[in-house]
Design a protein around this ligand. Structure first.
Ligand code: ATP
Length: 287
C-alpha cells in the first residue's frame, strides 16, 4: 500500500467535570465525549526519501512539522518498528485549532491507525491506545471514537450507545484559549456545581435527548467565561435561537448548541454571522 486516506474527526464534550489535581500535575476528569462530523482530511503517502517524515498542512500556524502531533505519531511507530521508508503526511485542517475539539489528538490518532495499516503492524486498538496516550490524553478516545465516558486523565474509556441524532451548531470564537491556562486556573475544590455524568449516561442509554440536553455542563466555563465573555454571548444566541441547550467544549473557546429543528440551527448560524461573533461556524451531526 503506497497511499492511505483517513478522516480525523473532532469531538465535543457533552459533560466535563474536573475532580482533583493529581500528584503528577495532571487532573482527574469525568467527561462524556462525542465525535462530531467535522474532520480533517489526512493522506499518508510513501516517498523516495528514506527515513524522512514530511508533514504538509494548509495551516501556517502548524508550520513547524516536528511539533505536529501527526509527525510525532508517525515517528513513534516507525522508530519502534524500525521502518526506514520515507513518508509524507498531508493534512487539510477543518477542526478549529486550539478550540477544545481535540483536533491535534484526532490527527495523531488517525496517523497511528494509518501507519498501522500501511505497514501491516497488526497492532490492536488497545495497543494503539497504549501508545497514543503517551502523545496526548485525548488520543486513546480519538482512536476509539463515538460516544464514551472518559475518566482518569481522559484515557479510561467506557463506550456508550450513540445518542439520538440532532443538529449540532459549532461556533469557534476568534480568541485563543490555551488548555494549560485553563488547567492552571481551575480550582477543583472550589467548584460548587458539577455535571451529573451518570445521569447523562442514563439519558443517552434511554435515547432521551431532552434529558441529555438539560444535563449538558462544563465546569471549565468557570475559568473561560469571565475571561472571554464572547463565550456567554454565543451561548445566549444559541439559546435564543431555540437550542435545547448550549455549552463550551473542552477547555474552549468553542461553543456548541444542540437543536431538534434544522431550520432553527440554520437561523442561529445566520444570527451568529450577522452579529459578527465568528466566521468559524459548522452545522453538523453526531458520528
Ligand atoms: P483539546 O480539546 O484536546 O484540549 P484543542 O482542540 O484545544 O485540544 P488542538 O487543536 O488539538 O487543541 O491543538 C492544541 C495545540 O496542539 C495547537 O496549538 C498546536 O500547536 C498543537 N498541534 C500539534 N499538532 C497539531 C495538529 N495536527 N492539529 C492541530 N494542532 C496541533
Amino acid at each position: 500500500m503506497d497511499k492511505i486516506k483517513l478522516k480525523a474527526y473532532g469531538k465535543i464534550n457533552l459533560g466535563l467535570d474536573v475532580l482533583r489535581k493529581r500528584e503528577d500535575g495532571y487532573h482527574d476528569l469525568d467527561m462524556i465525549m462525542q465525535t462530531v462530523d467535522v474532520y480533517d482530511d489526512i493522506v499518508i503517502s510513501k516517498t523516495d526519501h528514506s527515513e524522512k517524515i514530511k508533514v504538509i498542512t494548509d495551516m501556517m500556524v502548524l508550520s513547524n512539522e516536528k511539533e505536529n502531533l501527526a509527525y510525532m505519531a508517525a515517528k513513534m511507530l516507525m522508530d519502534e518498528f524500525d521502518i526506514h521508508q520515507g513518508i509524507e503526511i498531508y493534512i487539510h485542517k477543518r477542526i478549529p485549532i486550539a478550540g477544545g475539539m481535540a483536533g491535534g489528538s484526532a490527527d495523531c490518532a488517525a496517523v497511528l491507525k494509518g501507519i498501522n495499516t500501511m505497514f501491516r503492524l497488526n497492532l490492536t486498538m488497545e495497543q494503539l491506545m497504549e501508545r497514543g496516550v503517551r502523545l496526548g490524553a485525548d488520543v486513546p478516545y480519538c482512536i476509539l471514537g463515538g460516544t464514551a465516558i472518559a475518566r482518569g486523565i481522559g484515557e479510561e474509556l467506557t463506550p456508550l450507545p450513540a445518542p439520538p441524532q440532532c443538529h449540532v451548531v459549532i461556533a469557534k470564537p476568534p480568541v485563543s484559549v490555551s488548555t494549560a491556562y485553563v488547567y492552571g486556573h481551575i480550582r477543583p475544590e472550589q467548584i460548587t456545581k458539577h455535571p451529573d455524568i451518570e445521569g447523562m449516561a442514563e439519558a443517552i442509554k434511554k435515547g432521551d435527548i431532552q434529558q441529555l440536553s438539560m444535563l449538558l455542563y462544563n465546569v471549565m466555563e468557570d475559568v473561560t467565561v469571565p475571561e472571554y465573555p464572547i463565550i456567554r454571548d454565543i451561548k445566549n444566541v444559541m439559546l435564543e435561537g431555540g437550542a435545547l441547550n448550549s455549552i463550551m467544549s473542552g477547555s474552549g473557546p468553542t461553543v456548541f448548541g444542540l437543536f431538534e429543528s434544522k431550520e432553527k440551527a440554520e437561523d442561529t448560524i445566520r444570527q451568529l454571522k450577522d452579529k459578527k461573533y465568528t466566521e468559524q461556524l459548522y452545522l453538523t451531526k453526531f458520528v
